[in-house]
Design a protein around this ligand. Sequence first.
Ligand code: CA
Length: 226
Amino acid sequence: MASDNTAKKHILIVEDESQISRFLQLELEHENYATTTCADGRAALDLALAKDFDLIILDVMLPSLNGIEVLRRLRQTKQTPVIILTARDQVVDKVTGLDIGADDYMTKPFAIEELLARIRLHTKNRTAGSTLRCGKLSIDSDARVAAYDGHAVDLTKKEFDLLEYLMKNRNIVVGREKLLDAVWGFDFYGSTNVVDVYVRYLRSKIDDVYGVTVIETVRGAGYVIR
Ligand code: CA
């Protein structure tokens, strides 16, 4: 089975709901990942300790050992990237998971494209070319994902484009007209207020969440990331 798997990234799927597990396996193999599935917490921990997976997708509610405990014990010795899957109402698990070293989390039900983007983010062999960094903020132009302090930030296409443009022009104050042209295109019919609206969206997803100021407003001039 492992014949041509050496070059593929290997993902451990820990999920006891067989339909979700099967769905993830099919999607990931379609994306050319090698997969191993496991439906039991204790068995998953043994597997994760015995083998070097490129990433682990970890459900929280599991037989024999829950996902939080699996992660806690795994982190005593290994730093394998882990994306936790939580049910919609398990906010406590989400917070606990990040506290004890999960790299990311997704709430079920999830969009597979978003999960795939996060997997790309956390399994990527980092190349200098596609990743832009500014302090704890990083964006990957190839995978089109943004992260703050290692945690993925969900951005719409326009939000990402705007953030990317500002990061590429780091330390340069960019005017609203310029941003409108660069991100929305010359044929955009509307007011430059849309730029302010999208800057607000970005701030609500980054600044407000992490208590930082990523995008500065320069009065009468525009915006800048330093
Ligand atoms: Ca479960």
